[in-house]
Design a protein around this ligand. Structure first.
Ligand code: ADP
Ligand code: MG
Length: 693
């Protein structure tokens, strides 16, 4: 079918013209096609709308009527009171606004309007104060049979105008829309055709038809995205061979002897799955997720030693310098007396050290490398990289996966990605949908959940500090976490990390050795502060979230978080995962800074749930995907209609369909050509998909 008419500029449409076209352009709308894809955000169902005679007091309702009286007057205190009375055929309702005379400009005698608000009955008459006012166009109403789509608007385009334009476009151009899905798939996947879907959202015949239409659009949105991931996964598998890194019984027991503990059954299972991947000659792309403290490092080290035992290199990349050092230290301890060659590569080596290290990496065979993500991706050339472990991936953003420079381009390393905290399932499917997933679902034995309390008042706060002192006297250590380095305008308590530290030294924690670490210190100072805390020279460490991920000091049993409501729940869970790692019970005090009730209620989730999987789900439902992934996440998910929370079921379904289509090769068939093109058009560049299937 001829799709060219869809490219007609919006300004040529009746009722648009150059001025409105400019307004539309602010919404990203240039063409007829853009208008068709300017989907309503919601639907007003006028069958739900009441008449005055049906109203109930004090409940939010929408009433429809015709304007019969307008009034605007000055009242006491220089205020203005404006009112609009409507008649719904069986009674009158008077709506009143204060100092909002502009509402009168939107209506006139005879206008059909909707008021949404909580009505009151006063002196035998119904009234509403400051209701939401919507003007409806009588023709509009007729054309839509009582179902009114609601659109995102911009100045210069009213809802009525937008409805008229989109309806007009749907009437005249819908036949030019071609469906990326082959006809026979519509039945198979139980979706309506694309032109029916687009027509169905702009001019729905029924609420059911509207939802079926939306479902198709969401289906496409998700299917195309997940097909992109499935194709990327296939491309990885096909591209270059990875070295086979088999584990013999001898290697296995030699590695296990390195750990001062038995692996948990969850760790065992993870190790098994990873070893099976690494024994194959196509590259592993696996995500390892587990609760905080489940022991991912041991699993990562196991995998790295497998690579080294097979005569290859392995690299462990951490998101920060601090964490890279921390991993290095752990690995050094575990490998003490071992002949395994290893190097630490971070940003603050001298030029000479750096040159030497890089040379070792580019010439050495079996070598274990630890470093920061940034440093390693910049300019390191590996001689024979067999395995790359990427720690705390979700700080790096979704779409970039690692690239490794190798002298032998035909070989690619196995890749293991580790997340800091568990990821809710729907996020996992989208963010990491191209990876195989291993979940460690248990914790090392003897681990007690951290006792968490939300502290709201001064008395409890004093008690908390008293408790911290007692723990320190008993030989334990404590973290104090502040949300920011600098004091904020509000200068609520404990805003700046340095100020807080100073205050604690002088007051609550006088006589206690208190250390300080934050992101703006230079690397040496940071390292020193961490080392002093690890060694026990300082008993309390005041810090920003540099301690958030991975820092492991088993003797630390208490954590106090200032202004806890400023953090995400998963982040707080990650933070409290820093304590109670040894054999002592851990305690976490979340100081609620402001009397923001919803924020404080959110914190109660941490009191109620001790495992990170439930915390992650709760966080996701409360705050949505963007926040859960953290501010450092680079791109939002490139979805345009689907909502990961609302459309979770459809996500599961489309994920299965997408992966089946790729696995069966159907996606390469002639009938899927248009769908393939759409996937490439939307995600080809972003996901670095190969041009040909
Ligand atoms: P995370 O998964 O949060 O990265 P870590 O790898 O830092 O967890 O491990 C947390 C702590 O648990 C470390 O102190 C580690 O030595 C310890 N640990 C890991 N595995 C076990 C095990 N199987 N038995 C006992 N302790 C373990
Ligand atoms: Mg870790």
């Amino acid at each position: 079918m001829d799709e060219l008419p869809l490219q007609t500029p919006a300004r040529f449409l009746p009722g648009v013209g150059p001025v409105r076209a400019e307004c539309l352009a602010r919404l990203g709308i240039e063409t007829v096609e853009d208008l068709l894809w300017h989907l309503p955000r919601d639907l007003v169902d006028l069958s739900e709308v009441r008449r005055v005679g049906e109203l109930e007091p004090e409940i939010l309702q929408t009433v429809r009527g015709e304007v019969v009286e307008l009034d605007d007057r000055r009242i006491s205190g220089g205020r203005r009171m404006s009112s609009v009375t409507i008649d719904s055929g069986d009674g009158f309702l008077k709506a009143t606004w204060f100092n909002q005379s502009w509402v009168l400009g939107r209506v006139q005698h005879g206008s059909a309007v909707l008021f949404s608000g909580k009505p009151k009955r006063r002196a035998g008459r119904w009234e509403m104060t400051h209701p939401r006012l919507q003007v409806i166009d009588a023709d509009d109403l007729e054309a839509h049979g009582g179902l009114l789509p609601k659109y995102a608007l911009t100045d210069g385009v009213t809802m009525e105008a937008m409805r008229r334009i989109t309806r007009d476009v749907a009437d005249r151009f819908i036949e030019h829309v071609s469906d990326p899905l082959p006809e026979s798939w519509l039945k198979r996947f139980d979706v309506v055709g694309l032109s029916d879907a687009l027509a169905g959202v702009h001019r729905p015949d029924s609420v059911e038809a509207y939802h079926a239409a939306r479902r198709r659009l969401i289906f496409d949105d998700l299917l195309e995205f997940l097909l992109g991931l499935a194709l990327r996964r296939r491309a990885w598998r096909a591209s270059g061979r990875a070295p086979r890194l088999p584990v013999t019984a001898k290697i296995d027991s030699r590695i296990r002897r390195r750990f001062p503990f038995e692996l948990t059954s969850g760790q065992d299972r993870a190790v098994e799955e990873i070893a099976a991947d690494m024994a194959r000659d196509h590259a592993m792309h696996r995500l390892l997720q587990a609760d905080v403290g489940a022991g991912k490092t041991a699993v990562a080290l196991y995998a790295m030693l497998v690579a080294v035992a097979a005569g290859h290199q392995a690299v462990l990349m951490a998101p920060t310098e601090l964490l890279a050092r921390q991993h290095w230290q752990t690995i050094e301890e575990l490998l003490r007396g071992s002949r395994v060659e290893r190097v630490l590569l971070t940003g603050n080596l001298t030029a000479a050290q750096r040159r030497k290290t890089l040379e070792r990496i580019s010439s050495g065979e079996d070598l274990l490398v630890v470093g920061t993500h940034a440093v390693i991706q910049q300019d390191v050339e590996f001689k024979s990289l067999g395995l790359a472990v990427i720690d705390e991936q979700h700080k790096f953003g979704v779409m970039q996966r690692s690239q490794f420079a190798r002298d032998d381009a035909s070989q690619t390393p196995h890749v293991l990605v580790m997340t800091a905290t568990p990821i809710p399932r729907s996020l996992c499917l989208t963010q990491f949908g191209d990876l195989d997933v291993t979940t460690i679902d248990d914790l090392p034995p003897g681990r007690q959940p951290v006792v968490t309390s939300v502290v709201r008042d001064k008395t409890t706060r004093d008690k908390a500090w008293q408790f911290v002192r007692e723990q320190v006297l008993a030989g334990r250590q404590a973290f104090v976490v502040c949300p920011r380095i600098d004091a904020g305008e509000e200068t609520g308590e404990g805003m700046g990390v340095e100020q807080t530290c100073q205050r604690l030294r002088e007051n609550e924690l006088s006589g206690v050795a208190v250390g300080l670490v934050h992101g703006r210190l230079d690397v040496d100072d940071k390292t020193r502060a961490m080392q002093e805390f690890r060694d026990g020279a300082t008993r309390v460490l005041v810090a920003t979230t540099v301690v958030e991920v991975g820092v492991d000091v088993p003797n630390a049993t208490v954590m106090v978080v200032y202004q806890a409501e400023r953090f995400g729940l998963s982040q707080l869970h990650q933070l409290r995962g820093r304590i109670g790692r040894g054999s002592y019970q851990g305690y976490c005090f979340l100081l609620a800074g402001r009397q923001d009730e919803s924020a404080a209620t959110r914190l109660d989730v941490l009191d109620e749930h001790t495992d990170g999987f439930s915390v992650a789900e709760a966080d996701f439902l409360l705050r949505g995907p963007g926040d859960v992934l953290g501010v450092r996440q680079h791109g939002e998910l490139p979805l345009r209609v689907a909502d990961l929370i609302v459309d979770r079921d459809l996500l599961e379904e489309t994920r299965t369909i997408a992966f089946d289509l790729v696995q069966s090769g159907e996606i390469d068939g002639e009938s899927a050509e248009r769908l393939r093109d759409r996937v490439l058009e939307r995600f080809g560049e972003l996901m670095e998909l190969p041009r040909t299937g």
